[in-house]
Design a binder for this molecule. Sequence first.
Ligand code: C2E
Ligand code: MG
Ligand code: MG
Ligand code: MG
Length: 299
Amino acid sequence: HADIAMYRAKKLGRNNYQFYTPAMNEESLERVRIETALRNALERDEFVLYYQPQVDLSSGQIVGMEALIRWNHPELGMVPPVRFVGVAEETGLIVPIGAWVMRTAAAQNKAWQDAGLGRLRVAVNLSARQFGDPELIGGIEAALADTGLDPECLEIELTESLFMSDVTPAVDLLHRMKALGVKLSIDDFGTGYSSLSYLSRFPIDVLKIDRSFVADITDDANDAAIVSSIIALAHNLKLSVIAEGVETAEQLHYLSSQGCDEMQGYFFSRPLPAADFEQMLREQRSLPPVMSLADETAF
Ligand code: C2E
Ligand code: MG
Ligand code: MG
Ligand code: MG
C-alpha cells in the first residue's frame, strides 16, 4: 500500500503543522484523532459489520441484508460510519477498508446460506473513491471465489455522484463488475444531481429510494408523489425498487400500495450485530410461512 504510506507521510506533515496552529478547534482535533487511529484500525481488527434486513413485500420474508460498517474503538466505543467514513475516503483508507467489508460480508452471507438460513442477498456500500483502485474488480472476483458466494447474492451499492461528471471510466468498470454476475444498485436515489440518462446506459438492477423521501410520505403530498414516481420509473426500466428508512406501518402501507418491491428500515429492524441478525433469521424460519407482515400489507 505505497499510496497509503505516501499519504500518511503527507498527512503527518500537515498534522504537525496544524498542531502549532492556535486556531485549531475541537472539530479538527477530533478529526486528527480519528484519522490517526483509523490507520491502525484494520490491523487491530476493530471494524465490525452490522446487518439490516431487507424485506420482500409480497412474501413478508427477509430476502437480503445491507452490511453497514462500525468501528469498535477501544476508547470511543462503537463509532458510527458518519464519524469516520468521510475521513477514510479523504485519506484513501476506504480502499483497504472497503475490501475488508466486501470479503467479510461475502463470507458471512455464505456461512448463513450454508447453515440453511436461506438464499439471501448481501449488499455492500462502495465509495466513489474505490473506483480509482486498480484492484477493485480483481478484489470482488477474489472475494467471491474465496468465499464461494454465488455472485447473484452480492449486491454493490453505488451513489449517483459516480455518474455526475466524466463517466467514461465508470461505464467500463460497471460493465466489468456486472460481468462478474453481481447486482448493482443506486443508493440514496433522488438526492444526487445527475441526469437520469445514466439509468438506461448503465447496467443497474435496483433503485434504493432515499429515506428523506420516505420519512414524510404520509404527510407530504409532494414526497408521496416523488416516491410513487420513482417506483413507476424503476418498474418501467425493469429495475426493482427498495425503500430505505421505513419506520412506520403507514409508510409501509403507502409503499406497498404503490407496488414497492422491498423495504428496509427500523420498522423491521435496526442494523444488528451478526449474532443477533442470525438469531432473527432463525426465528423467521421457525415461523409459519405466512408471516405477520402479510396482515400488514392486506388492504
Ligand atoms: P446508507 O448506505 O444509505 O445506509 C443506510 C443508513 O440508514 C444506515 O446508517 C442505517 O442504519 C440507516 N437506517 C436504516 N433504516 C433506518 C430508519 O428506518 N430510520 C433511520 N433514521 N435510519 C435508518 P449507518 O449504518 O449509520 O450508515 C450511514 C452511511 O454510512 C451509509 O448510508 C453509507 O453511506 C455509509 N456506510 C456504511 N457502511 C459503509 C461501508 O461499509 N462502506 C462505505 N463506503 N460506506 C458505508
Ligand atoms: Mg447503502
Ligand atoms: Mg442509503
Ligand atoms: Mg448514504
